[in-house]
Write a protein that binds this ligand. Structure first.
Ligand code: BYC
Ligand code: FE
Ligand code: FE
Length: 469
């Protein structure tokens, strides 16, 4: 299905044939733009940015590239093409035809999950609101904005479902998605990670590597949903998501590359000397990694969860890549959870959050392997690692416990003494912030990050990705 760009809201859902829905969304559109203006990258509203915009939903050639001023970006509603005769792939309704409407008894559960998903999208734009002012290069500035406009579009994706399938309740939720704000003391975003500040680019790269990857896994599990419009929306969102994680993986990789260059040049592994030379020592990179990885682990919810069990049973949310599993019903299967009180055997359905978290962790390992190969090739033995999934948790059975990065319970006193080695502290943040100086000459990079291997869409690295004048 091709995308209609002649309408106020670009879409491939035949919006023009549903006047009521179209009017409701056209009413929401200026509120979205006001929100973007206030909470988005508003210092750059007048600049041309070299962005990709979705023009179709095929995997081949789905995007077109060109200069756009961000407030003029064509945010729209794009669903992946329907799969003929699709059936529900998991849970109690396994094998039944998918739903084109939300079953009445599942309304509030679906609404809750769509709202939670929708809440994260504008939250991330808010978190990254000021980053453009300290960009390490025009290339990175453009990537930040690409991620921002697409997270804005992901909000549209969820608002379309709320308006289209949840009536007045859905419209009210859509308003609330613009009213909550990241870090707001009175009206914060729903999930903790989306209230954490992202005020430096190392955090941005860690966030796009680890937290956007939670997005990938949550979207994959919603792409299995029995509610077909949700599944199709999420399938297309995943196409966009790949670039966000690319920004994270290559961003962290380039920071490491620059650090290794400085280590070679000075012939030292001494963090102070590396810092004095304007690069970020590997121990600091590890601490940032520890923070964003563990915060993102919390986004999967508790290990044992009755919400997760009923989402799976009722066909709301499957496992990422559900087809790879043999048993799609999981009525009798069990799962052994490692809790602070020892091994606890629970029903597999109740452990679905943990199943997802495990596949997420495996996916996280891939980038770590690549980064460690870089370090190894440079002749150093230091390796970055993912801390234990029990470390620094705020959700689930390990929440708030003094656990070290190896996963062992230790005394609270020792934990408090060692925490500065494991998580970014005041002095780390002050140092990293001191490096955040804006570099905007085409092709130039800040001193703490190596240039990318290649530019965007086959253009050179020194292309003027954002026109600042
Ligand atoms: N922070 O049974 P439980 C993305 C709450 S990222 C605060 O353990 P459940 C993106 C939970 O809400 C993908 N609260 O968990 C990335 C519940 O509260 P209520 C986002 C939390 O329900 C980067 C209570 O604890 N998408 O797209 O099985 C940039 C008990 O819950 C947290 C989704 O998350 C937390 N970390 O699962 C841009 C998908 N964790 O209801 C975008 C939709 C749990 O009792 N969401 N709680 O008041 C879901 O599927 C589920 O809501 C969750 C939680 C997986 C988040
Ligand atoms: Fe998103
Ligand atoms: Fe994303």
């Amino acid at each position: 299905m091709s995308i209609n760009y002649s309408e106020r809201i670009p879409n491939n859902v035949d919006l023009a044939t549903d006047r009521k829905l179209q009017r409701a969304l056209e009413h929401w559109q200026p509120r979205f733009l006001d929100w973007w203006q206030e909470q988005g990258p508003n210092n750059f509203a007048a600049n041309d940015v070299y962005l990709r915009t979705a023009v179709g939903v095929d995997s081949q050639g789905w995007a077109s590239y060109g200069y756009v001023r961000m407030p003029d970006y064509r945010w729209g509603i794009f669903l992946a093409d329907p799969v003929a005769d699709r059936t529900i792939g998991f849970g109690d309704h396994y094998g039944e035809p998918v739903w084109q409407q939300v079953p009445g008894e599942l309304r509030s559960a679906f609404r809750r999950i769509i709202v939670t998903q929708g809440d994260t999208e504008p939250a991330s734009v808010e978190q990254q609101h000021l980053l453009g002012l300290t960009c390490p290069s025009l290339y990175d500035l453009r990537n930040l904005f690409q991620v921002n406009v697409e997270e804005g579009r992901h909000l549209w994706a969820m608002v379309y479902l709320l308006h289209g399938y949840f009536g007045r309740d859905g419209r009210e939720e859509a308003e609330q998605l613009l009213a909550r704000h990241s870090g707001d003391a009175d009206n914060p975003r729903i999930l903790r990670t989306f209230n954490e500040p992202i005020s430096d680019w190392l955090s941005f790269f860690m966030f796009t590597y680890f937290t956007d990857r939670d997005g990938k896994f949550q979207l994959k599990s919603l792409a299995e949903s029995g509610f077909d419009p949700l599944a199709r929306t999420c399938r297309f969102m995943l196409t966009e998501e790949a670039h966000h994680m690319f920004v994270g993986e290559t961003g962290v990789g380039r920071v490491i590359k620059r650090t290794l260059e400085v280590m070679k040049e000075l012939d030292t592994e001494n963090p102070e000397k590396i810092r004095a030379h304007g690069a970020i020592d590997l121990a600091t990179i590890q601490r940032y990694l520890n923070f964003w990885f563990t915060s993102s682990l919390d986004l999967f919810g508790s290990e044992a969860s009755s919400n997760a069990a009923s989402s799976f049973a009722s066909g709301i949310k499957g496992r990422p890549d559900e087809t790879r599993y043999e048993d799609h019903v999981c009525r009798d299967a069990t799962f052994d959870l490692q809790t602070p009180d020892g091994t606890q055997t629970v029903s597999l359905r109740n452990a679905m959050n943990e199943v997802m978290r495990e596949s997420y962790i495996k996916d996280c390992e891939i980038g770590l392997k690549r980064w460690n190969m870089q370090i190894g090739r440079a002749g150093y033995e230091t390796a970055l690692s993912l801390p234990s999934n029990r470390f620094h948790r705020s959700i689930g059975s390990w929440a708030g416990l003094p656990v070290n990065p190896d996963g062992n319970l230790i005394g609270q006193e020792e934990y408090d003494q060692r925490i500065a080695d494991w998580l970014p502290g005041e002095s780390d943040r002050t140092f990293v912030h001191s490096l955040m100086q804006r570099v905007v000459e085409p092709g130039k990079m800040a001193g703490w990050i190596a240039p990318p291997d290649r530019g965007i869409n086959k253009l050179p690295v020194d292309y003027e990705y954002v026109r600042l004048h």
